[in-house]
Design a binder for this molecule. Structure first.
Ligand code: AMP
Length: 141
């Protein structure tokens, strides 16, 4: 199964924010969209990624209000990315090795989607269920 197969089901919308936004803005967006990460965009370029883990770290480090913390100070620059043609199993290995749960998908230098560890687990589970179904029908026929 390929990354593009996940995107064809879940869609290509990527929620994003700007480096100048505050962590309070980011928390509102994540809660509003029920997601755990935002890609950071400047003009049309992806300049980083910020996730719920970054907000947690900022809270622990500063114990101050999120309104005074800028995305640019807390985001991870140069995100690890995948291509639509990558195998989902390889992206799962990447996520495990790098200890990340979100991977933007880039094609020809353009951001075309994002997949989370939850998306990869769901895709793998769906595939196993399908295989199981066919094997059962084969045994019973
Ligand atoms: P996550 O497990 O995705 O919440 O992210 C854990 C940490 O890794 C946070 O500091 C993120 O900013 C960072 N991170 C998340 N996704 C990526 C990525 N694709 N590339 C590089 N760093 C990332």
């Amino acid at each position: 199964m390929l990354v593009r197969d996940i995107l064809s089901t879940k869609g290509t919308i990527v929620h994003h924010c700007s480096p100048e936004d505050t962590l309070a803005d980011v928390a509102d967006l994540m809660v509003g969209h029920n997601i755990g990460s935002l890609v950071v965009m400047q003009d049309d370029d992806m300049v980083g990624i910020i996730t719920e883990r970054d907000i947690l770290r900022a809270c622990s480090a500063t114990r101050g209000p999120l309104e005074f913390l800028k995305v640019s100070e807390r985001m991870t620059r140069c995100p690890v990315v995948a291509s639509p043609g990558d195998e989902v199993a390889d992206v799962m290995c990447l996520m495990t090795e790098r200890r990340i749960r979100h991977v933007p998908v880039v094609e020809g230098g353009r951001l075309v989607g994002i997949i989370s560890i939850g998306d990869t687990v769901k895709a793998q589970n769906d595939e196993l269920c399908r295989e199981n179904h066919y094997l059962k029908s084969y045994i019973q026929s």
